[in-house]
Design a binder for this molecule. Structure first.
Ligand SMILES: NC(=O)c1ccc[n+]([C@@H]2O[C@H](COP(=O)([O-])OP(=O)(O)OC[C@H]3O[C@@H](n4cnc5c(N)ncnc54)[C@H](OP(=O)(O)O)[C@@H]3O)[C@@H](O)[C@H]2O)c1
Length: 292
């Protein structure tokens, strides 16, 4: 039986990959590679037939046992890990020595255009090590509204970002998980290619905030800052320099770039239409209210 190791299993993407892969495949063992098995098994307890292995990207001692007899590795970069040479080089070297040949990597839309972002460096390493690969490059997660941006939405009915009217392409993490499950299931069909996974809508924050106000009947405001003020605001809130910088660049760069590409990869893989922003807000509406 084929063994598939899923990293980032407790996070946004990894948990959806496991959920969709579990429904799609019957001839594979799905293994969640996690830092803390007890905590992860509580979080993922509704996902049947899942097994667990200790796997910590910041602890090279966990690589050998984590990678044992793995056929396909689903690799994700946890947001706080940006030193690729320190963490991903040894990780990929160990995957190679352990006999892993195939990797599906969760990258980001536009990774090929920017040599400085970690995803670009990881993509290059995966190729240089000679793995068979599928690079998955999703656009901007709708779930940012229900995770990183949620505390401010709940506390002060505001979204503060350095993005002015820049357009983002909005994708539902569930759609990404489903697409990745198809890539893993039919790896050889998509081998050694890169795929953008996007939703159908390019919208700026002012438009999305208007939509949220309509759907949720609230009075949410959008506050656009310049990138320097935004960076120091995040630092003052106690966010690490690395993550504050990533948040600043992620939300500022679209102001100086062309509008994101809209791809039809999700439709081609699944035969379905990606989630609209309105449908996402309706589905997740309880998360925008305290005590619901
Ligand atoms: N947000 C966006 O709009 C966007 C768009 C495109 C691409 N991306 C990319 O998506 C990725 C983030 O995916 P996500 O949202 O699913 O992340 P997430 O929800 O923050 O989850 C991170 C996962 O990584 C695990 N993890 C953290 N440190 C680890 C370590 N040392 N060893 C092993 N596992 C570790 C966490 O496990 P624990 O339970 O142990 O903490 C968790 O399962 C990033 O690379 C980001 O750049 C994001």
């Amino acid at each position: 039986m084929k063994k598939i190791l899923i990293t980032g299993a407790t996070g946004n993407i990894g948990s959806e990959v496991i959920r969709y892969l579990g429904a799609l495949t019957t001839d594979a063992e799905i293994i969640a590679g996690v830092r803390d098995i007890e905590r992860a098994s509580l979080k993922l307890d509704q996902l049947p037939n899942l097994t667990f292995r200790v796997f910590d990207m910041e602890d090279a001692n966990s690589f050998k046992s984590g990678f044992q007899e793995i056929d396909i590795l689903f690799l994700l970069r946890p947001p706080h890990i940006s030193d690729v040479d320190k963490y991903f080089k040894p990780l990929l070297a160990s995957a190679k020595t352990s006999g892993i040949q195939r990797i599906v990597f969760l990258s980001v839309q536009g990774a090929e255009r920017s040599k400085v972002i970690p995803h670009n460096k990881i993509e290059r390493l995966i190729r240089d090590f000679g793995f068979a690969y599928i690079m998955v490059r999703p656009s901007y997660f709708m779930q940012n509204l229900t995770t990183t941006l949620r505390p401010e939405i709940l506390e002060s009915r505001t979204i503060t970002l350095p993005s002015a009217n820049a357009k983002f392409n909005w994708i539902d993490v569930q759609n990404i998980g489903e697409a990745v499950a198809h890539f893993i299931q039919s790896f050889d069909q998509y081998i050694n290619k890169s795929y953008e996974i996007t939703g159908l809508e390019n919208k700026g924050f002012p438009e999305v905030v208007d939509l949220m106000n309509d759907v949720l009947d609230i009075d949410l405001k959008f506050n656009s800052l310049n990138p320097i003020s935004f960076y120091f605001k995040k630092k003052k809130e106690g966010i690490s320099s690395g993550f504050a910088l990533v948040m600043t660049l992620l939300h500022f760069l679209p102001r100086v770039q062309s509008e994101p590409n809209v791809s039809n990869t999700y439709q081609e893989l699944t035969g379905k239409t990606p989630t609209s922003i309105k449908a996402f807000i309706e589905r997740e509406k309880d998360k925008f209210f305290i005590n619901r």
